[in-house]
Design a protein around this ligand. Sequence first.
Ligand SMILES: C[C@H](O)[C@H](O)[C@H]1CNC2=NC(N)=NC(=O)C2=N1
Length: 96
Amino acid sequence: MVEKLNDAARETALRGLNGWIYDAADDAISHVFKFKDFSEAFGFMSRVALAAEKAGHHPDWSNGYNVVRVKLTTHDAGGLSAKDVALAQAIDRIVG
Ligand SMILES: C[C@H](O)[C@H](O)[C@H]1CNC2=NC(N)=NC(=O)C2=N1
């Protein structure tokens, strides 16, 4: 059973991520990605989808043309967990 991160662990984890914003109300981390066009945005989503399936952990996300809004939280834990941090790191690698 995955556990929520405590405050100290969360702060440490966030320092290792690029531009993710902590949303205390949802105990989640979010990032808005803007791309050249829809094709670039959808390519990003396709790569993230494969990483999510591989991890067995999935984003809550939306797409409008060239913008992808990603929110990560662990539904099974009721908040932010190490799985969210790991997926955020994978997403950071995808965007480079
Ligand atoms: C059974 C459960 O839905 C699965 O273990 C996974 C699927 N993907 C998931 N993704 C996220 N973000 N949180 C979860 O708790 C989660 N659970």
